[in-house]
Design a binder for this molecule. Structure first.
Ligand code: ZN
Length: 242
């Protein structure tokens, strides 16, 4: 079986300037994810904001089945050209998995067409991630619920369009709930938003978080595609005036 080609994109900023984040993710959270997701059927490459064209050239995206995205304080530094290129590739079938604060990334907000706003607080509370859709491929092998010891709280209302499927809803100790694992389809592309991954907590080393992301990569990988839909006149395929 052909390997799924995964590109993990990270703005890679906090890890360079914040000692606490650096101690958790010395090589960057993208490198940590690469290690945690490593398996025989994924071929994983890394890309970051400071690379030429943010590491997301046409050549790289043409060779990517599923793109993971982590960004937080440097969303605006992503060029419109690259953001639009990512959106075009998603629409053409590339899977897209925005993580945590990527809810405000240019590609995600453009694909959603909505505010993508949410409530948040950082008080080191624990979170309980509930699987509310156990039949979904992204839920396979996961327990009914799992605990994340410390995570930034994200709360409703989350300014997303109605998702295709809600796979996980997260409860936070401070009382909020959040649609933290949702799927969307845009043209031929499959999208899964997943909330864990605040930079000051080691949650990309959590076995359940990694299992969800790994399942999501397999789910979002493009299926053999129908030819592009085009926009041409089509003659009737059947007699219509008999
Ligand atoms: Zn955060």
């Amino acid at each position: 079986m052909a390997k799924i080609k995964v590109t993990i994109w990270n703005e890679f900023y906090h890890e360079k300037v914040n000692d606490r984040v650096k101690s958790i993710y010395p090589e960057g959270m993208h490198a940590c994810l690469k290690e945690g997701l490593a398996c025989d059927d994924f071929e994983i490459r890394l890309a970051d904001l400071d690379m030429p064209e943010h590491g997301l050239t046409e050549e790289v995206l043409n060779d990517t089945d599923v793109l993971l995205w982590w960004g937080h304080c440097r969303h605006d530094a992503v060029s419109d050209e690259v953001a639009n290129r990512v959106v075009a590739h998603v629409r053409n079938g590339m899977g897209f998995i925005p993580l945590h604060s990527a809810h405000y990334s240019k590609p995600f907000t453009r694909l959603m067409g909505s505010t993508c706003s949410l409530y948040w607080r950082e008080v080191n509370e624990h979170a309980r991630v509930w699987c509310v859709n156990p039949a979904h491929p992204i839920a396979q092998g996961l327990p009914q619920q799992f605990v994340i010891d410390h995570e930034e709280c994200y709360g409703e209302p989350f300014g997303i369009p109605q998702p295709d499927d809600i796979v996980f809803i997260t409860w936070f100790a401070g009382g909020d709930v959040f649609r933290g694992g949702c799927t969307f389809t845009r043209d031929r592309g499959k999208i899964f938003y997943f909330h864990p991954g605040h930079e000051t907590f080691p949650n990309y080393k959590n076995e359940y978080v990694l299992k969800v992301i790994s399942n999501a990569i397999r789910w979002a990988a493009p299926a053999p595609a129908m030819p592009d839909r085009g926009n041409d006149y089509r003659n009737p395929l059947e007699p219509v005036n008999d």
